[in-house]
Design a protein around this ligand. Structure first.
Ligand SMILES: [Fe+2]
Length: 258
């Protein structure tokens, strides 16, 4: 039967929408409560919607009863501090699963390549319903920072690099792409991440935002990319040996982050 997917994402698996006028919005993300949560890099999260409206970030499938990443429950204390962010997550009219602000500390390109991961949003999702994708709204102006997408984790030739200007809006099938952010700033980067269910509402939102399926990708020096590849394999081997020393066989492909 398959899933209901978004036609706008069929071509490349991601779209970049027109930029939101972020500078005219209040910096609500600075008022939120953040909690430690492991993701790509040194991060904290401020959840806005969670499994049951509690201040936590866990995947909905890790709760009882488990469910897929749909029907997130708004966290009253958080959305009271960030009504504009909640409104922006609701704007497409698509079902919202997890919704949170991520705070990412500056890192290196090699860090980002090591942090590449696929999400697991569609665990427990049922065929015949909408495929879950993710939106990133950059809240801080990080024009030199890049969202990195790879269809093949180990192949830089499959890499796309999208700049993270303030107000940038990017929607990605994050279960299909390996992804991470290289944040070149000196202060933390903040981004609103929302799990949306594909369907006509999300399609209409993408169309209204002039979703571009082939945006320009930022070039990087070949030696920087080559060095990061070497470092990626070095860190994976280092990690494998550390696990082996504890008698643990590392999964060939980790899905540690989502
Ligand atoms: Fe992710």
């Amino acid at each position: 039967m398959g899933f209901l997917t978004s036609a706008a994402l069929h071509e490349t698996g991601y779209v970049v929408l027109d930029r939101h006028d972020q500078s005219s919005d209040p910096a609500e993300w600075l008022d939120l409560t953040y909690i430690g949560w492991r993701s790509s890099g040194i991060t904290r999260f401020a959840p806005l919607a969670s499994y049951a409206g509690d201040l936590e970030c866990n995947g909905f499938w890790n709760h009882t009863p488990p469910r897929t990443d749909k029907d997130g429950v708004w966290i009253a204390d958080q959305v009271a501090k960030a009504p504009t962010l909640q409104q922006r997550a609701l704007e497409p009219g698509a079902n919202v699963g997890r919704c949170r602000v991520i705070e990412l500390q500056p890192n290196t390109y090699a860090d980002a390549i090591y942090n590449l991961h696929q999400d697991d949003n569609n665990r427990l999702n049922t065929e015949g319903s909408g495929w879950i994708v993710r939106g990133w709204f950059n809240l801080t102006d990080d024009a030199d920072s890049l969202l990195i997408l790879r269809s093949d984790r180990f192949d830089p030739a499959t890499e796309v690099r999208l700049p993270l200007h303030g107000g940038s809006r990017i929607i990605v099938d994050t279960q299909r792409f390996w992804h991470a952010v290289w944040h070149r700033g000196t202060t933390p980067r903040y981004s609103l991440i929302t799990s949306w269910t594909s369907g006509p509402e999300l399609d209409a939102y993408i169309a209204a935002g002039n979703g571009e399926a082939n945006p320009a990708s930022v070039d990087l020096p070949a030696d920087l990319v080559a060095e990061a590849q070497t470092e990626l394999h070095r860190r994976i081997e280092e990690r494998r040996q550390a696990f082996e020393a504890q008698g643990i066989v590392m999964e060939p492909v980790e899905s540690l982050y989502n």
